[in-house]
Design a binder for this molecule. Structure first.
Ligand SMILES: *Cc1c(COP(=O)(O)O)cnc(C)c1O
Length: 392
């Protein structure tokens, strides 16, 4: 299996067939498992073998298939699947940190990630220093001998800043800190985060992995020791495990993940190029465009610019709202990575909680619209955006 290429792994890695030899992965929709004898139950609670399960909060064959498949894709030793992306972010951080620890985090974060780092961890005595994720000197200055972890989104939401993962990892490892990355925007297709220095990779599977807007899910990837000795005890006892039905949805999503994400990124690139220079747009932000501040880094680290672009309408919030309301194919919502193209106005929705000055620092202007490209026809999508710009 190790020498399979991505598309083969996405279809076959981790498959476990029951005695019936089913073609599609079976959904083991059961909370628990029976034992032949009392002695067998006792032995399993001491140590469960690779094909032995106890209780769905601890593990389940369908969930295990998903964990093994994504671990194979990422080149990670092991994985733990979670109920949502946030259960994964929280589980990765909380399972390894204790009072007195120090964390360095990029400031440009998804709102709920920021809540964990800014509001939750400090209540348990963890100190967090926030830095500009694109500034290596700032990372270096913030790291200390007692820094236990660094946290950042490889590509930030919604302004698509790209963090130099190999360089930050090298700085973090020099002080013995664990590198935890939220890799949603980089996607499992374009990122090789573990190879590039991440110790722990976290995904919201709700995004590209399901990719069809059906279920919340998440996953934490890392070494076998970190997943089994640190993450698993925390998550199996605190209740953040993925349901078997969700795991089945994610397994089906993975079958088409590479095809979908490549098509989405291709449309994003073509659309960004088509819109560049349009006078109604103050900025077209896309890491695949040569004028993006981290274009060279994104090309080297992620291969493509991703499936999301950001448009800053010159007319501010009023223009952004008129644009959103005029779209005919793209829908206004807040998911991303979906087969359907989705547009979001971050300043009034996902990033509403931030105060205006922080939003300004992060580049989340009143005119900014996040566009998550789906797999509809590229020409139809560009025509939709152009007619909506005309309506502005
Ligand atoms: C969506 C998202 C999350 C949270 O995932 P959920 O599945 O919604 O809990 C975390 N980080 C990033 C970057 C996201 O985009």
């Amino acid at each position: 299996m190790d020498d399979w290429n991505t598309r083969t792994k996405l279809i076959h890695a981790g498959t476990r067939r029951s005695q019936y030899g089913e073609v599609a992965e079976a959904i083991f929709l059961t909370q628990g498992f029976v034992y032949d004898t009392a002695e067998q139950a006792e032995a399993r609670f001491v140590e469960a073998g690779p094909d032995e399960f106890i209780y769905a909060r601890y593990g389940n064959p369908t969930v295990k298939m998903f964990e093994d498949r994504i671990a194979a894709l990422e080149g990670a030793e092991d994985a733990f699947a979670t109920a949502s992306g946030m259960a994964a972010v929280n589980g990765a951080l909380t399972s390894m940190l204790k009072a007195g620890d120090h964390v360095v985090s990029a400031r440009a974060l998804f709102g709920s990630c920021l809540y964990i780092l800014e509001d939750v961890l400090c209540r348990f005595g963890v100190e967090v220093t926030f830095v500009d994720g694109t500034d290596l000197a700032a990372w270096k200055a913030a790291l200390r001998p007692d820094t236990k972890a660094v946290f950042f989104e490889t590509m930030s939401n919604p302004t698509l800043e790209v963090v130099n993962l190999p360089a930050v990892a090298e700085l973090a490892h020099a002080v013995g800190a664990t590198v935890i990355v939220d890799n949603v925007f980089a996607t499992p297709v374009f990122s090789r985060a573990i190879e590039q220095g991440a110790d722990v990779v976290v995904y919201s599977a709700t995004k590209h992995i399901d990719g069809q807007g059906r279920a919340l899910g998440g996953v934490i990837l890392g070494t076998e020791a970190f997943i089994r000795k640190t993450v698993e005890p925390y998550l199996k006892h605190t209740g953040g495990s993925m349901s078997p039905f969700t795991a089945w949805i994610m397994l089906k999503g993975m079958e088409t993940l590479d095809l979908r994400v490549r098509a989405q990124a291709q449309t994003a690139q073509v659309m960004a190029e088509a819109l560049q220079g349009d006078p109604r747009l103050a900025r077209v932000i896309y890491p695949g465009l040569p004028d993006h501040p981290q274009h060279a880094l994104a090309s080297a680290m992620l291969e493509k610019g991703g499936t999301v672009l950001a448009l800053d309408l010159a007319g501010g919030q009023a223009a952004a709202f008129r644009f959103l309301n005029a779209l005919k194919i793209m829908t206004i919502s807040n998911n991303l990575g979906d087969a359907k193209s989705i547009v979001t106005h971050p300043a009034t929705t996902t990033h509403q909680r931030l105060d205006e000055q922080v939003r300004a620092e992060l580049g989340i202007t009143p005119g900014l619209v996040r566009v998550s490209l789906g797999i509809e026809d590229t020409g139809d999508l560009i025509a939709d955006v152009k007619q909506a710009l005309d309506a502005v």
